[in-house]
Design a binder for this molecule. Structure first.
Ligand code: RP5
Length: 159
């Protein structure tokens, strides 16, 4: 499985790195791009237009403020696009959340929580795992480990 990870500014990197960390943990290949829907639209178009031909399964796009990046990427590819609204302004990410989630009918972007880069990566893995039994098994183990941790914490709480 190979995914794309795009961010609108280097100021988004501390949040988007959480997605990269997940892909490293799951040994998933990732193309990373810094490009802006407003500042470098041609770079965004070039990246998205042949993303399927390069073997990407889906694209995660993180942006703050007037966050058009995920929607613009979605306009250039039929791959699933996962949007991560970033808290980058005095509106604390609500601006980006509303910009990303309110796509026109027929043009979906799967929108995560504000700063939800980790869940974006896990959702991308779930998409890839639909046709990859080894990745599906890894993800199942991840979920089982998470459940075991909660159960262990509860047990400790009862002591
Ligand atoms: C958006 O504007 C970026 O995605 C970033 O979240 C925000 C601020 O960008 P910088 O001014 O820090 O480059 O386009």
């Amino acid at each position: 499985m190979k995914v794309g990870l795009v961010m609108g500014s280097d100021s988004d990197f501390p949040i988007m790195k959480k997605a990269l960390d997940v892909f490293k943990e799951f040994d998933v290949a990732c193309e990373v791009l810094l490009a802006s829907a407003h500042r470098t639209p041609a770079v965004v178009k070039d990246f998205a237009a042949d993303a399927r031909d390069r073997g990407l399964s889906c694209i995660i796009a993180g942006a703050g403020a007037a966050a058009h990046l995920p929607g613009v990427i979605a306009s250039f590819t039929t791959l699933p696009v996962i949007g991560v609204p970033i808290d980058a302004t005095s509106l604390k990410g609500m601006d980006a959340l509303l910009a990303i989630v309110q796509m026109p009918s027929g043009m979906p972007v799967a929108t995560m929580a504000i700063n939800g880069a980790k869940n974006a990566a896990l959702f991308a893995i779930q998409i890839g795992a639909a046709n990859d039994p080894a990745l599906a098994a890894k993800y199942k183990t991840y979920r089982e480990d998470m459940a075991a941790q909660v159960i262990a914490k509860n047990k400790k709480l009862q002591e």
